[in-house]
Design a binder for this molecule. Structure first.
Ligand code: 0O2
Length: 262
């Protein structure tokens, strides 16, 4: 199409429709435009607070991880991922669950707008980590779903905790909800695969695959139990050997006396 065609077409084209209202009417209605702009700005502020809440939690997680690594000689956390739901995903879930598209309703009823997933090495680490994090004074636990103690029928295992975390802004403190999913690497591997398969079949996984997946979840759980047993033995042996901290014995003593005097 040439520029001339476009110009001709534009002359003949009817006013563009915007639902029941023409775009011309909408643009002409300054109140509507102002409200729409305001709503957009408020929504991006709303989402920013969730991003801040995730950042707060990630800082806490990194501190716990670094301290644990310093005190012991392994890391209990394999990796951490986080996400804030997209607008599309929020709208989709609100429609499915019948949640009103109002700030207060979304805050109260959609508890996974912000999500943090922590993947640990061993099952004992999952509970250790959950306890350490939720034991902090500024964290409020709103809900716990222990799908490790009680796996879902399909074999899904994970510890879910909805927490409320304060976000300190320039003029207010916002209490934000975040969904924490804490699980082992084996549980995570299974959940990732199952999620991909479910997506591929649009939620309707064929029967025989469901059975295979449930069996795979059982195998993953057995692997976790075996790894935990190995971990117990190594921990015991390590304790018997008096632990293995960082080798500070080669540093000159003056370094430590100076440290104590300071
Ligand atoms: P996404 O894309 O991961 O965010 P809720 O949906 O939270 O209001 P529900 O379903 O009772 O209510 O919460 P639940 O059981 O705590 O599960 C929420 C999240 O856990 C899901 O989010 C998944 O991330 C994960 N999950 C739960 N069950 C399964 C499962 O069987 N397989 C896999 N792979 N993941 C699961 P979303 O919103 O479904 O998806």
């Amino acid at each position: 199409m040439t520029e001339q065609d476009r110009a001709d077409g534009a002359q003949d084209a009817p006013a563009q429709s915007w639902g029941e209202t023409t775009l011309d009417e909408l643009v002409g209605d300054q109140d509507t435009m102002t409200r729409a702009r305001q709503a957009r700005a408020e929504f991006s502020r709303f989402m920013l607070h969730y991003r801040f809440a995730v950042d707060e939690l990630l800082t806490k997680i990194n501190i716990l991880k670094a301290e644990f690594e310093h005190l012991h000689d392994y890391s209990p956390i394999e990796h951490v991922t986080s996400r804030v739901k997209t607008l599309e995903s929020i709208l989709d879930k609100a429609r499915r669950r019948g949640i009103a598209l109002q700030r207060s309703a979304l805050r109260e009823e959609m508890t996974d707008i912000a999500g943090v997933r922590v993947v640990c090495s061993f099952i004992s680490d999952v509970y250790w980590f959950a306890e350490m994090l939720t034991g902090q004074d500024d964290i409020v636990v709103l809900e716990v779903k222990d799908y490790i103690a009680e796996p879902k029928d399909n074999g899904y295992r994970s510890l879910h905790v909805i927490v409320q975390v304060p976000v300190f802004l320039s003029e207010s403190i916002e209490q934000m909800r975040v969904e924490l999913q804490i699980r082992t690497a084996a549980m995570d591997f299974w959940a990732g695969l199952e999620h991909k398969i479910r997506y591929k079949y649009d939620g309707q996984i064929p029967e025989e695959l469901v059975a295979e997946l449930t069996q795979a979840a059982q195998t993953a759980a057995e692997l976790d139990a075996k790894m935990e047993a190995v971990h117990d033995v190594t921990r015991r042996l390590n304790e018997q050997a008096g632990g293995r901290g960082a080798d500070l014995s080669t540093l000159p003593l003056e370094v430590f006396t100076e440290f104590l005097d300071g």
